[in-house]
Design a protein around this ligand. Structure first.
Ligand code: HAM
Length: 409
């Protein structure tokens, strides 16, 4: 028997109402905040993610579903299933000339992403993200809006206690100095770092800070190293920006805490980064993450455009929210007069009611049993009803029964 692929899941009808509620809540909230929905393709040129997400990230190095299509005479360029959607949205922003639109340009999206990871609770190979991206605004009010929006969405989904962890990664200038200081202080420990961190040491030293390896975490506990990690490295301009983000978060009544170890797993960030975590999720605790990426549009060939956004993992959110129960049908039509049953079901549906019938013309008792399980009301049509031009309508919760005309239903 062929089964679903490891790390993928069917979303069944019994779960779909919660998914639909998540999507509806997102759509309504983001529309109120003036974000327009964008749907980009699920595969893109591999080059987009290599350049966009970054060559030194786990995502690009280990987790991409990359393939080429076609034979000798066909298009053999390498394509990749999107591991995230910021790069794709930036590509669309550039391709459709949104840099000429009046700022800010605000998008939101919902869709599947693909990462070849080791599946575990909260970690899948196909998962879904809801995200927003805002282009054109350098001002810290944009960062605050995006963080506030992520928390507002979670709160509208019933998760009111969640807090955003925030940090500033500074700009390329001040961060480069910081990277060098971290490398310097870690140099004597290089042999004791895990294999991944040895590579990160060269390619992207900041990523070492959120290494999950125990022996690395122990090294970072060393006083001297900790002092460097926790030092205030960001330049005056970045500090001013960061302080304003926090001030605006206070203005909006957003709950946040600072976490200097927060570096995020994608290369495009500068200045503000944030994550929203929930202990209830276990080891994969991040529900949402995001930040500012002022260099990405230019790096992918567009005009220099500041930007900030976040994405939220829908499967992880699903684990945290109350689930919506499936609703019973308004009416189940019970009859051995198949044509009458069909006609009545159609009329009821045209009237905006949910309705169904047996299709197989089974015994009356069987149909009534099915009605009891699936509907709030049964509409009974027998010979007497047809002769008298009425319907017997039975309330399946109270047992109450009435004779009604269709227009009275
Ligand atoms: P990310 O932190 O890689 O950021 O992913 C965002 C969220 O997607 C995570 O917090 C998590 O909830 C969910 N997620 C990630 N990987 C998996 C997985 N394998 N299984 C289940 N859920 C997962 C981004 O993707 C950035 N594009 C966010 C962003 C938008 N930054 C700026 N704009």
């Amino acid at each position: 028997m062929i089964k679903a692929q490891r790390g993928t899941k069917d979303i069944l009808p019994e779960n779909i109402l919660t998914w639909q509620r998540i999507e509806k809540t997102a759509r309504e909230l983001f529309q109120r905040a003036n974000y327009k929905e964008i749907r980009t393709p699920i595969f893109e040129a591999t080059e987009l993610f290599k350049r966009g997400v970054g060559d030194s990230t786990d995502i690009v190095n280990k987790e991409m579903y990359t393939f080429s299509v076609g034979g000798q005479n066909k298009d053999e360029s390498s394509i990749t299933l999107r591991p995230e959607n910021t790069a794709g949205v930036v590509r669309a922003f550039i391709e459709h000339g949104f840099s000429r639109a009046s700022v800010p340009v605000k998008f939101w999206y919902f869709g599947p992403m693909f990462r070849y990871e080791r599946p575990q609770k909260g970690r899948q190979r196909q998962f879904h993200q809801i995200g927003v991206e805002m282009f054109g605004v350098n001002d810290p009010s944009a960062d605050a809006e995006v963080i506030a929006l992520a928390l507002k969405f979670l709160s509208e989904m019933g998760l009111k206690e969640l807090v955003a962890e925030v940090n500033s990664l500074g700009c390329t200038k001040c961060r480069d100095e910081y990277k060098n200081r971290i490398k310097e202080v870690l140099k004597p420990y290089l042999d004791n770092l895990c294999e991944d961190c040895k590579v990160r040491y060269e390619k992207n030293p900041l990523r070492m800070l959120d290494c999950k390896n125990e022996s690395c975490a122990k090294i970072f506990e060393n006083d001297e190293i900790k002092r460097v990690i926790l030092s205030d490295f960001i330049c005056e301009e970045c500090l001013e920006h960061y302080n304003s983000v926090k001030k605006y978060l206070d203005v909006l009544g957003v709950k946040y805490k600072e976490n200097k170890m927060l570096v995020r797993g994608l290369d495009y960030y500068n200045r503000t980064v944030f994550e929203i975590k929930s202990d209830a999720l276990g080891s994969q605790s991040a529900v949402a993450g995001g930040g500012r990426y002022d260099g990405l549009v230019e790096m992918l060939g567009g005009e220099k455009t500041p930007a900030v956004g976040f994405a939220l993992g829908v499967e992880r959110l699903y684990e945290l929210v109350e689930h919506t129960e499936e609703q019973k049908l308004d009416y189940f039509v019970v009859s051995n007069l198949q044509d009458k049953a069909m006609e009545t079901v159609q009329c009821l549906r045209d009237m905006g009611k949910s309705a169904d019938f047996d299709f197989q013309n089974r015994k009356f008792g069987k149909q009534l049993e099915k009605a009891g399980k699936t509907a709030k009301m049964a509409v009974i049509i027998g010979e007497d009803e047809v002769a008298g031009e009425y319907y017997t309508v039975k309330n399946l919760e109270t047992g109450e029964q009435k004779k009604l005309k269709l227009s009275e239903l």
